[in-house]
Design a protein around this ligand. Sequence first.
Ligand code: AKG
Length: 262
Amino acid sequence: MIMDRFLVKGAPGGLLGRRETRQTAEGRAELEGEEESSRKRRRREAPGDGVAPTAPSWQPIRAQSLNCDYTVLFSKAEADEIFRELEKDLEYFTGALARVQVFGRWHPIPRKQATYGDAGLTYMFSGLTLTPKPWIPVLQRVRDRVSLVTGQTFNFVLVNRYKDGLDHIGEHRDDEKELAPGSPIASVSFGACRDFLFRNRGSRGKKASGKAEVVRLQLAHGSLLMMNPPTNTYWYHSLPVRKKVLAPRVNLTFRRMLPALK
Ligand SMILES: O=C(O)CCC(=O)C(=O)O
């Protein structure tokens, strides 16, 4: 049996309780009833007006061993500006780093990727030891806003760019050995709103217990999803193909990595 949970869209009786949400034409998740006041709040948060952003309103997303929190962090105007800057300034992997080997054959990765971070960090990718590019202002701006509202610090970001709904990422866990134990991962999305799925570890593979539990989210333009421990130990996540999505999307996952061993 598949226990499907649609979150963020606000299924009746879902984990969001009475705080129903709806998608606007721009693909943003908004809380009904709070719409007017949040619009005023967003106006006050307009970039450059010198007013510190107010605390975001978090939507807890919980299931057994799944501990996430979701919010729309950036106003539409700010998210549009950041998205434009990301599209202009990010430099993605090319050549061997843009391919993946599956059962001995090489395929292009079905999206574009890049990494940025603190000097001195290294990480393994496709069997290679790589160093991230130095931070650029637009990534520092997003990272610093996430740190401001979460109290967490990050020294690395993985960028995934999906040109349209055909680009995707398969089921995986972010369980790299370089991640600082017990640290959360902050996932910030810009551009097209896409479905994002969690599937619990027990429902995968030959030893599956038979009860697949799927938690579905829609990640809106300017949104932040905090994936807190132990989510990544017990739940796989993916961004599936959605043929009807024609617009691009850029996702930033901010991480805390252990310093490279000398
Ligand atoms: O694009 C997304 O929302 C997912 C990215 C992802 O799965 C990852 O960075 O590990």
